[in-house]
Design a protein. Structure first.
Length: 187
């Protein structure tokens, strides 16, 4: 029993430290400030750009982010906070999954009008470039379901997102498989 209590205390301490923002305050699931989103640079969040690490509005630029914290932000922190988390993680170690979710959160910011009206066209364009970067740099990328065992490819949802945003997809097309599924394939 003492081992279980010690393990629980250690886990709580680890979670508190791992989920800190730049000021050392742990993120505990609350939505972060809902100020209008402003891109720091015209390529922020698009691989291989790393400007998100210099963005003064990025609460995670200097803090440590665990995968668990990033997923919690994706689920509960709001699109702006989730964008900063994914883009920060991608700038530190790019993967297709990180690029996809950074672009997906930009798409949400655009669709929900979470940026100033004048900035929304740029947010849309950067989201499109983010999805295109996922296709160009990480064409075989996958993400997993909540169990962490079932993989889903990210090329098809990236192509669909570009089209939903009114963009043009470079190098990929959608095809119908014999079983009736729509999938993206390289041209």
């Amino acid at each position: 029993m003492i081992r279980n209590i010690a393990a629980a205390i250690a886990a709580a301490v680890l979670f508190t430290v791992a989920g800190c923002a730049t000021d050392g305050t742990p993120w505990s699931g609350e939505a972060l400030p809902a100020e209008p989103f402003v891109l720091y640079s015209p390529d922020e969040g698009v691989h291989p750009d790393r400007s998100v690490l210099d963005d003064p509005a990025n609460p995670f630029a200097d803090g440590e982010l665990t995968d668990q914290t990033i997923w919690q932000l994706q689920a509960n922190g709001g699109a702006v906070a989730a964008f900063y988390a994914w883009a920060t993680a991608s700038a530190r170690g790019a993967t297709g999954e990180r690029q996809y979710y950074a672009a997906l959160d930009l798409k949400t910011i655009y669709e929900r009008g979470l940026a100033a009206e004048a900035d929304l066209p740029l947010v849309r364009d950067v989201a499109i470039r983010g999805f295109q970067a996922m296709l160009a740099y990480f064409p075989d990328a996958v993400t997993y379901d909540a169990s962490g065992t079932i993989a889903y490819e990210l090329a098809t949802p990236s192509v669909l997102a570009i089209l939903e945003l009114g963009g043009t997809v470079d190098g990929w097309v959608l095809v119908m498989t014999p079983d009736g599924r729509t999938v993206a394939v390289p041209r």
